[in-house]
Design a binder for this molecule. Sequence first.
Ligand code: FES
Length: 151
Amino acid sequence: MDLSKVEIICRKYEKKPEQLIGILQDVQKEYNYLPREAVERVSLELNVPLSRVFAVATFFGAFSLTPRGKNHVCVCMGTACHVRGAPNVLSEIERELGVKAGETDKDLKFTLETVNCVGACALGPVAVVNGEYHGKLTTQKVGELAKKMKE
Ligand code: FES
């Protein structure tokens, strides 16, 4: 694995241990997740114990230590979305993308996750696709979204 990008990122943050979260965010942006080798290199570059880097990487839900798909889909299953049909939306997304909630497909095209509220309850049911909110989802809208992601 080419870790030169990790070194560049650490240098950008002047190898300051207090910049660990920002560094991990940039590393994750680069690789789409936090590969173990990259986490080890961050630990070396910042001279911070590996256990501490892993503690930060596992504490924040935004970090992933396993490979993620090119498209990240997060379906809200909170109460407001649930009563407006989120379970049907989730089933349809699983069917369309061929991946179950909490999983990434083997081609690393899609990662599907669920959360309990994304703060847009009035728009329920809601899914966040690659950082973009999609509200008042129907099975038809899901089909259109899936088509776009497959392009
Ligand atoms: S419950 Fe879905 S956005 Fe709040």
